[in-house]
Design a protein around this ligand. Sequence first.
Ligand code: HPA
Length: 321
Amino acid sequence: MLHRSYPTSRIVDKYEIQYGKIVTFMYPLSHFPTSFVYLPLNNFIPAMSLYDKIQTTAAFIQQKVKTQPKIGIILGSGLGGLVDLIEKELELPYGQVPNFPVSTVKGHSGSLVFGKIGGTEVMLMAGRFHYYEGYNMEEVTFPVRVMKALGVHTLMVSNASGGTNPGFTIGDLMIIKDHINLFPEHPLRGPNDDRLGTRFPDMGVAYDHELIELARQVAHEKCITVRSGIYIGLQGPTFETPAEYRWLHTIGGDAVGMSTVPEVIVARHAGIRVFAISVITDIGISDEPVTITHEEVLEAANAAAPKMAALVAGMVARIGN
Ligand code: HPA
């Protein structure tokens, strides 16, 4: 097929955009000699900017829901229990949300849920997008940016993680007080759009101290034991070797996982305050060789889900609208 340049002005009103992607282009036959009838347009039209994608998705959601959440929640592997506590207004499977990737991991149901917990409006991600699944950092963190566009000012993140602190036991809840980012790619790498946040965001207080204090209070009232510590985020998908678990402890980590850090960085970039909590689903540090499977991680997360749900729900109700 012949590829030729045509004046874009003649082309522009002929392409069709679906969620920012050109899906078809067929130039009217009459405009061409028969030898080049069909012209793919991908090289002509710039892709929608990240900012425009966020706005498109937020506008789509706003059309569908009455809930105006100020609190966003991301549920980690096996931690779906909180969904049952929501007075649900609407559930949108990710596949129906423009520009959202689709979650592929077993144990992640993959939908956005809107509603109220204890009278407070929330939007909740049941299932998240992991870097190890092949999504790029823009995709992994896209929902957080949409939350911001919808008016969210507080993000609560949960995850399943491996304990690198030998004092921890399986099933412990660990409030994340800081993190170490060992992902191979930074979610803010590339040109900065000042409409989304500043070029060099401060990370001195990534995890909000007031929210940590609130978590301790609510945990105390509900007789839930909580620990606190440093979360190390890395890409996975392998669990760590014994030497890596030991090293992660040596460099200051109490727990390690394959999520959370990118979302937290983007939330802080957007000026959203953050609370994050881990369920310790396995202990990597041991004198004996340990084998860790995804099934065991899910099982331990499921077992701890009710107390995690009670804690987060208590905090949400206290924060209010
Ligand atoms: N390592 C990394 N990610 C994890 C682990 C772990 O041990 N457990 C649950 N998620």
